[in-house]
Design a protein around this ligand. Structure first.
Ligand SMILES: [Zn+2]
Length: 456
């Protein structure tokens, strides 16, 4: 079918709707009665549902956790999973992050790319199919979450309290084109031990980032040894040694990247521990360094923890130590693994727990996500790829594997599809998040085609 005429006339209302929805600050807030994630997400959900209602679709709001917008008849249903909450604006904007300005061929604002723009693109795609009375065998349901950026409390409520009808196939337009058919499993945990000596050590800031800096305070008497160990190291330029007040500070400058790309970073904590293992530190600091160098060292694929694994689809298991902290009588390591789709996350967790038994460190789970995997040759993936290729003419880009996490792993037979195009600037979660209107038109074309092909 040719939708080009309808696409043209749908563009202006689509741009206006995205601008309007992005003017609602829907960052998670304090829970209020009937608003589990605060006022902002509830307000954005109401606004998006009102847009669906205005177009003549059936809508439903599940206690401000999740909403539906549904279209069509038929026993089976195609799902589209997105979210109306956003991350905080942050600093560095040239425009009002909540202004929804339409200027220089773009819509500006938090949420234009992640995920209000893509979500409304699918809504307007649905409207095009409705207005044309295109015969479809399956219903199409947009599922709007309100707590994707933090704890997925919306999906939890939806799947376990609402217990809705499940789609036969679904996609989440919350990533990039073309299709992400596999997302790695994820395991985040802390390893903690008691300390009663004054250890001054710090590095990194979060589970999911490779630390770009770390430092430790040592006795001044170790200066010659530390200098020698640094001089003998593979890259002395990453270390800085400063002596003052009878103390020695060893600082390390690493390369910070996302934990899923751990082999492209340089972990400042690991390289600090490498030096500590080569000089005569004593007491609990020595115990910590020994533990670290035995279980992690400077490896990044979990070799020393005994959890290394790989498969053809998803390459290596990764293990990142994102942060070290010594405070309140405790020393804590923050660990993050991305796990190949063929490996059970529970098995990795068990292996870590067994490995650290008797070391004085205790394990505490922070977050666990099973992988997403849909066969590359499935109807869902091939249909979405065909829609993408038909519109863009891009026959080079292939279905992808990602270390990130979208809603698509929350339900069966769901993949991430769109909406960032391969040549489109990614400003998600950054200052000056914005959406080029000419790219938006391509999004709309792809989404109409994809929904039509899945539902017909
Ligand atoms: Zn998102």
């Amino acid at each position: 079918m040719d939708f080009s005429k309808e696409i043209k006339s749908a563009m202006e209302p689509l741009v206006q709707d995205i601008s309007a929805l992005c003017q609602i600050d829907s960052v998670e807030g304090e829970p209020e009665p009937g608003m589990p994630f605060g006022k902002g997400p509830a307000k954005a959900l109401a606004a998006a549902l009102a847009m669906g209602e205005r177009m003549g679709f059936r809508t439903e709001n599940f206690d401000n956790y999740v909403g539906h917008i549904e279209f069509g008849d038929g026993d089976e249903m195609i799902g589209i999973l997105g979210h109306v909450d956003v991350v905080p604006a942050g600093d560095g904007w040239d425009r009002d992050p909540w202004g929804g300005q339409i200027e220089d061929g773009r819509i500006w604002g938090r949420g234009t790319l992640d995920d209000k723009g893509p979500l409304l693109t699918c809504l307007h795609a649905m409207k095009i199919l409705k207005d044309l009375n295109v015969p479809l065998k399956r219903r199409v349901r947009i599922i709007l979450g309100t707590n994707e950026e933090t704890n997925w409390g919306c999906m939890d409520h939806y799947l376990h309290q609402v217990k809705p009808e499940m789609p036969v196939a679904a996609f989440s337009p919350d990533s990039e084109f073309p299709v992400t058919f596999a997302e790695l499993g994820m395991l985040q945990y802390t390893l903690t031990r008691d300390i009663d000596e004054p250890i001054e050590i710090e590095g990194g800031s979060a589970f999911n980032s490779v630390p770009s800096s770390a430092k430790v305070i040592l006795p001044a008497s170790l200066e010659a040894e530390v200098r020698q160990a640094v001089a003998d190291s593979k890259d002395p330029s990453i270390y800085q040694i400063t002596a003052a007040d009878g103390k020695l500070q060893l600082s390390v400058t690493g390369v910070g990247v996302h934990a899923k790309d751990v082999d492209q970073g340089l972990n400042a904590i690991s390289y600090m521990m490498d030096i500590l293992g080569k000089v005569s530190v004593t007491g609990q600091l020595k115990e910590v360094a020994d533990f670290y160098n035995t279980h992690f060292g400077t490896t990044v694929f979990g070799e020393k923890m005994g959890i290394s694994a790989s498969d053809e689809i998803s390459d290596h298991l990764t293990l990142n130590i994102g942060k070290i902290q010594a405070a309140d009588g405790k020393l804590t390591l923050y660990c993050d693994s991305r796990i190949p789709v063929s490996i059970k996350v529970d098995d990795v967790e068990k292996a870590v727990q067994e490995k650290i038994q008797g070391t004085g460190f205790t394990y505490e789970l922070a977050s666990k996500e099973d992988p997403l995997y849909v066969d590359k040759d499935s109807d869902l993936v091939t249909t979405l790829m065909e829609a993408y290729r038909k519109i863009t003419g891009d026959n080079e880009s292939q279905p992808m594997v990602s270390g990130g996490a979208t809603y698509s792993r929350a339900i069966d037979n769901c993949v991430a599809f769109g909406c960032l195009l391969p040549d489109q600037a990614d400003t998600m979660h950054q200052a000056n998040e914005s959406l080029e209107i000419d790219k938006l038109e391509i999004w709309l074309q792809i989404c109409v085609e994809a929904i039509y092909q899945l539902a017909k």
